[in-house]
Write a protein that binds this ligand. Structure first.
Ligand code: IPM
Ligand code: MG
Length: 398
């Protein structure tokens, strides 16, 4: 009995190690970054997702078509709807992302993804993996970039969350050794830590921010977080103008709510799970996860999404049309910037700030006492058309 148990555990672990060593080898084959300016068309795949997903995606796509009107007309940009990323289809195929859907995704350059349902223990769905976690891994979207800004309070953060390893990469591959003993695994690789670290340092350097905060729990989780921290030290040597310091996740979580300290943080880089948690906390200052966008960036593909879920409760209660599309629209703004239209991304972001944080001529509450997603969409488009947009934004923020 004991021998079988040990043999089982040993071969399970061996399988995981082999798989991860192969991933490391793939990372070593350095790929070049896509040059969007040379692409025609740039194909934007839109996944409508579950729950409130179709409602907020429809609004977001409408705004994107408005913002990129000329490019759509000239054929520089095309939209492609990807139907199959729904919980029903995924459950039927018992796959986080069914094979044919993955092929469709790979035929796009960038993807706008609405929330998808992640099954949890005890619900009606088979135990398939989260679609976004799978997509990040299949398309090697190693950087999860999440900005949070509250100009009035001096908050201007950008989080670089490592997106393809840490506690997530083997999150569905833990082992119940016996009914008494459960193991999960956390993985950090030198290559994986280096590419996210480099991106954070590059961002700091290119934006003249001389301070980078590296968040771990390396005092306790010594091997993996230790490697992450060592990588910061190694890569940091190449960026003498960017000072970096290490923080532990527990005290970091506390200092984010300290009004005297929190404005000093600007660029933060962190392993997957800490990044997941800290970015939800951070988004709360800006008005909640409904207001934050998220970019999942790799060298070949990039996917942009809301940071919240599919809100099944809202749908059950018949409140879907009041769902806030701002988070997905913010993600769409990041997408436009990523594919080379920075000025228009800025305009859209200004409109989002004005309509959602400052002027708030109508406001969205998720309930019938607030406006609908479509009404907010109209308000945003009308605001973007205003030739005084920039002045209006500056006046609002000051
Ligand atoms: C996020 C989400 C996902 C994550 C969930 C839905 C699996 O919380 O994008 O932050 O944990 O990464
Ligand atoms: Mg999260």
């Amino acid at each position: 009995m004991t021998n079988d148990v040990l043999e089982n555990a040993r071969s399970h672990f061996e399988g995981l190690v082999k798989e991860q060593l192969e991933r490391v080898e793939k990372m070593k084959e350095a790929e070049d970054w896509v040059d969007y300016s040379s692409l025609k068309p740039i194909i934007i795949g839109v996944c409508w997702g579950d729950g409130i997903g179709p409602i907020i995606s429809q609004e977001t796509q409408r705004i994107l078509e408005f913002v990129l009107e000329d490019e759509v007309k000239s054929g520089k940009v095309v939209f492609r709807t990807i139907e199959g990323l729904t919980i029903e289809n995924r459950a039927e195929h018992r796959a986080a992302i069914p094979e044919d859907v993955l092929e469709e995704l790979k035929a796009c350059h960038v993807i706008l993804k609405a929330p998808t349902t992640t099954p949890e223990k005890g619900d009606e769905w088979p135990n398939i993996e989260s679609a976004n976690v799978a997509m990040r891994r299949y398309l090697d979207l190693f950087a999860n970039v999440r900005p949070v800004k509250v100009p009035k309070e001096g908050i201007d953060w950008i989080f670089f969350r490592e997106n393809t390893e840490g506690a997530y990469v083997l999150g569905s591959k833990g082992i119940l050794v016996t009914e008494d003993l459960a193991f999960d695994f956390k993985v950090i690789t030198k290559q994986g830590a280096e590419r996210i670290m480099r991106m954070a340092f590059e961002y700091s350097k290119n934006n003249n921010i001389n301070k980078l905060t590296v968040v771990t729990k390396a005092n306790v989780v010594k091997t993996t977080d230790g490697l992450f921290l060592d990588t910061a030290a190694r890569v940091g040597k190449e960026y003498p103008d960017v000072e970096w310091e290490g923080w532990y996740i527990d005290i970091m979580t506390a200092k984010l709510v300290d009004p005297k300290r929190r404005t000093q943080f600007r660029v933060l880089v962190l392993p997957n799970l800490y990044g997941d948690i800290l970015t939800d906390e951070a988004a709360e200052f800006q008005g909640g996860v409904g207001t934050a966008g998220s970019a999942n960036i790799g060298k070949r593909y990039a996917m942009f999404e809301a940071i919240h879920g599919s809100a099944p409760r809202m749908m059950r209660e018949g409140r879907g049309k009041y769902a806030d599309p701002s988070s997905l629209i913010r993600a769409a703004a990041m997408m436009i910037r990523h594919i080379g239209f920075a000025e228009r991304a800025e305009k859209l972001e200004m409109a989002l700030d004005i309509c959602g944080q400052y002027e708030k001529r109508i406001s969205i509450t998720g309930r019938a006492d607030g406006c609908t997603a479509a009404e907010l969409g109209e308000y945003l488009m009308e605001t973007m058309k205003d030739p005084e947009l920039k002045n209006r934004w500056t006046a609002a923020v000051e």
